[in-house]
Ligand binder design. Structure first.
Ligand SMILES: [Zn+2]
Length: 271
């Protein structure tokens, strides 16, 4: 069984209705989480959240657009390095960082883990590899945050073994058993970004689905209330996203897995 620890690495603010249709234009806080996972193979980090380097680049050139649309706060106590240190860990103890997708708030801290292998979807990596300038910003991607030696450390989930999932996790049927221990079972959750990933984590208290940005608010899969249509200007595919919400809805109704979203309100996003 794996142990899951939710870390909050900063937050941004954005109009509530972007996350949930009809929620109004009031500003809402979106925590940015990373998940530390203790497994039989050691420590794994699921996404990195915000990092100081992102704050720097958000003040440079065209990347200012990123900061204007989603103003970010990252108190020093919420950097991943500090939170690892508080647990007696260092970045060297994290043998694998999984990047659910290449939006900057999910991979900005990769430079803190120069020795870790990095797991992601090949489709996700290929979709951002050549993005620069405005087209990069439109995809919430800042190329300068990619470590120079990343390609030599990348492992694509598509190359990992596929395993069947328990029928209790229907409608999900198969997953990539990325650690080959059955503790971290990665599934595609398409629509938000190209190659967007989630993962079933087998914990002492049952299955948890880390659903990343498949939704920004639990009501999107509980009540099937989609985000603003405007949000699809920055998401990959509305059709795929709505299909993913319907699958999450079915999983939620089955009651056999707890769904955790990266940016949902604080009382819901912690294991
Ligand atoms: Zn995202």
């Amino acid at each position: 069984m794996a142990r899951l620890i939710a870390l909050q690495a900063g937050h941004c603010t954005h109009p509530a209705c972007m996350a949930l249709q009809g929620a109004g234009w009031r500003s809402r806080c979106f925590p940015s989480r990373a998940y530390l996972i203790e497994t039989q193979r050691g420590w794994v980090l699921w996404d990195t959240g915000y990092a100081d380097r992102l704050l720097h680049w958000m003040n440079q050139g065209v990347y200012r657009l990123y900061g204007w649309t989603t103003p970010v706060q990252l108190p020093p106590s919420q950097t991943i390095r500090v939170q690892l240190h508080q647990r007696g860990l260092s970045p060297r103890d994290v043998h694998t960082v999984v990047v659910s997708h290449f939006h900057a708030d999910h991979y900005a801290g990769l430079d803190d883990f120069p020795h870790s292998r990095v797991l992601c979807s090949e489709a996700a990596w290929r979709s951002v590899g050549s993005l620069r300038g405005l087209s990069a910003v439109r995809h919430a991607f800042i190329p300068e945050l990619i470590p120079s030696n990343l390609e030599s450390r990348l492992v694509f989930v598509e190359q990992r073994p596929v395993c069947p999932l328990p029928s209790s996790l229907s409608p999900y049927v198969t997953a990539w058993d990325v650690l080959e221990t059955g503790e971290l079972l990665v599934v595609p959750l398409p629509g938000h970004a190209r190659g967007h990933l989630g993962a079933f984590v087998q914990t002492d208290s049952g299955w948890v689905l880390l659903a990343s940005d498949a939704a920004w608010d639990p009501q999107s899969y509980r009540a099937l209330t989609p985000p603003s249509r405007l949000s699809y200007l920055v998401q990959d595919s509305r059709r795929d996203h709505l299909a993913t919400l319907r699958q999450l809805h079915a999983l939620h109704e089955g009651g056999q897995a707890r769904i955790l979203l990266t940016h949902e309100p604080a009382e819901e996003g912690s294991p």
